[in-house]
Design a protein around this ligand. Sequence first.
Ligand code: ADP
Length: 609
Amino acid sequence: MRYPGRAKHLGWIFGLVVLVPGVLLAVIAVRAINREEAYIEKQLEGTLLAEVTYLVSLVETELGRIESELADSAPLEPPDTEESALKAWRDASPLVSSPFLLSPEFEIIWPRGNGTLGDEQLSFLRWNSDFLSNRAEVPVYENIALAYKDEIVPAAKDEEGIGQMEFQQAKSQFEMSEEVKEKIYEQALEEGRKAQSRIVVPSASGAVTKEDPPPSIFISRDLRLDEITADRNLGLIPRFVENRLSLLFWKKLPDGRIIGCVISDSELRTRLVAPIPDVYTPVRILTLVDEQGRPLVAPQETEPRDYRRPFVARELSALLPLWEAAAYLTDPLLVSSRAGRIAKMLWVLISLLFVSILIGGTLVLRTVRAEVVLSRQKTTFVANVSHELKTPLTSIRMFSEMLLEGRQRNENKKQEYLSLMVSESERLTRLINNVLDFSRMEQGRKHYSMERLDLFALCTELVKSQRPRYEQSGFRLELRTRFPEDNARGQGWVQGDPEALKQSLLNLLSNAEKYSGNQKAIEVEIHQGQSWVFVDVMDRGKGVPHSQAKRIFEEFYRGDDSLTAKVRGSGLGLSITRRILRDHGGDVLYLPREGGGSIFRIQLPADSG
Ligand code: ADP
């Protein structure tokens, strides 16, 4: 029995509550997976940037320490004529190389260009004498966010104590907004303050596509030495000489002279790399890169690494322009392989989820569909049962009224009416028994009173009692056995509840009658195999189509051919018969009959005594 309308309806619901959300979920998941790589990269970037920022602060601290170490170790009153004091300073501190002494009027007192100088002093003078004698300007660097903090954070006023906070605020705004960056760089350029290009191009965060190095955050302004030293007592000055960076230290002496030195390059580098926590871990390499793009420290690696392409980097300090703290991924494929692994796992999970939604949905749909079919069957069942009850009742009433009114005088006819009334009431009883049995079975309350019984005798008695009724409606009802004549071995005995077995047989006989059409011949044959006793109820009707052969034993199921449609029924007979027989350890089967018709075969375990 099919209900296409409802099934279609259910199909829509299925699509709406299972397929659509399932597909949407899959789409969302696929998008999320595709973003996984970017997400992991972002995470790594965050972690490494924190390390790099920390390294920058370590370097700043170290620079401060170097500055104060030099200030403390510098001689307070070196005599103008004696170079030994400067030499002693140099010997005392490994940081000092090329010491110098200037008069308050910026005349170079030492090293004097009088022919006794070594190569180091000569080259020092060549590059620095103009600057030290205040005749030439050098670029002095400053963080652009600090220089323009009032423009970046316009509302901020220079109040005591919040200067540093303002600077931080300006710095982060500057870093976050491309728009602000562009505006401030432009303004700086207009004011003649240039930003060099950075030496590295970080590759994280989509910067991969950028090939040109970004501008440095340190902008320079050309100043003479008197301007640099005007309002301070000591300091460091970065100097680019032939594209190499060297750091100059200076300090005002109490008498106004200025003492200073070039800081030893090798010592500076040693001191700056010393605080790096771990240069190499399985995930990243953390190092400092100089103005040439070369790492200050680097692990031994088989493949040469491009140190100008770090994963993340930050510029170090206005005192070391172009130097960077940089982090590199140890394995450049780390992000994609990690993302690949996670994506694979997510795919598996999503597929599982999708499959379980699909299976769950299908199961729910099936259950709902079965419920719908069942409820329809129940409604039909009630209508059918009412009708089936009504038909015998009507004829019983009709015949009893006729007899009561005494209209029929023919004794034979009277007898006929009475036997019809008996058989109609038997039909009623059988029907009611079926319904009652059904509800008992549903509630698990069906009980059998089992006894050893002769199935052949039971069939004989039943056929005898039913034959008149069947013959009256034009049927031939025959009972046969294949037992040997003497039945010496006592075939046909079983354990069973006689009433229940009778009801089963009556159900099969009644079906044979109902579905025989014009071929009105019913045969009952009893025979025995090794361990089973069989009762075949055979008719010459249309038989059961192959497609329905299994389903006819389901509750409420009724065939959908035209013959069945004409015959009233409850769809309970076969299902109850099967249950009764299975409760007896046997079964009922449908077999197509050779030459047309059906065989319904009861089989019960033989009880040979
Ligand atoms: P009902 O007879 O009340 O419909 P049953 O459970 O007894 O219910 O039978 C289920 C279905 O099996 C019938 O609707 C009919 O299509 C089919 N059927 C049963 N017995 C026969 C038979 N002897 N010949 C052909 N079809 C049968």
